[in-house]
Design a protein around this ligand. Sequence first.
Ligand code: IPE
Ligand code: IPE
Ligand code: MG
Ligand code: MG
Ligand code: MG
Length: 312
Amino acid sequence: MSVNDGGSDFVSRLNEIAASTEQLLDRLLGHDPMPAERARPKRLIESMRYATLGGGKRFRPFLVVESATLFSVPRERSLMAGAALECVHCYSLVHDDLPAMDNDDLRRGRPTAHRKFDEATAILAGDSLLTFAFDLLARTETHPDPAIRIALVLALARASGLGGMAGGQMLDLAAEGRFAEVAPRLGLAEVEELQAMKTGALLRFGCLAGAILGEAKDAERQALDRFGAIIGEAFQIADDLLDVEGDPETVGKATGKDADAHKATTVSILGVERAKQKLFGLIAEAETTLAPFGARAGVLKAAARFVAERRA
Ligand code: IPE
Ligand code: IPE
Ligand code: MG
Ligand code: MG
Ligand code: MG
């Protein structure tokens, strides 16, 4: 994989941001209650830590930090926003894996949260991670200006809820035919919309958060928003390809499940080869949207290529 671009070393930047995110989440999700909290029930905090620590690529925090770096945002702030986004992402994985949803036993190479603990604990861990994300965004460490914090809160709320991740998950399950006698047959545009919501919205927020923290001008903010939307779409196509062609050892979760569940994916509609063509077309488009940033965006361009070429 050629991820070295213009002197920027994507792999080392991703690893470095992943390590800083791990450290920050470990501290924020400590066992001791914060002054304003009565208690942190042991089983709940343990399950939240299990769901967030010790795994994952941390690609969403990477997007926040690297987009923010374009505007010289202090690292502590972008790491806080990245940690908030990772909390929403981890919650989405915990709930996605529940028996009522995708019913998976393996995540990040380990038992899923409801397997390690139990379903009720996994549901509550998800709920608490979702709300914890907004707790983090509302803190002054994320940004001293309350208007910026509110803009982040609003954007993450929109990306996570009805018109974003949760809405997309609803469409994903509906497309399996769970709620109707006959499964609806989605066209490509409908699958694109479903995927833009269930997966794209959170990745897109990652890029937008950098622009919000950096108080970017409209044109730069729009460019990052567009970049996020494109790699968001690409990310789920790559995930769907890994479900068909990936190695479960490497991806750390079961593969070959989407077809069995009658999931509506780009791959189920276009087939593997045309889905790959679409994926690489999106990566080229993503790189083009970064033109306004010139060489400064080298690491984000490399990130776009990583999305298409990743094996996990
Ligand atoms: C998996 O996301 C779920 C999707 C939205 C496709 P990731 O592939 O980013 O999972 P982790 O965080 O690295 O485990
Ligand atoms: C996940 O899509 C989207 C989420 C919002 C969690 P998948 O169901 O394909 O993700 P994996 O394959 O279980 O990680
Ligand atoms: Mg799913
Ligand atoms: Mg799943
Ligand atoms: Mg998948």
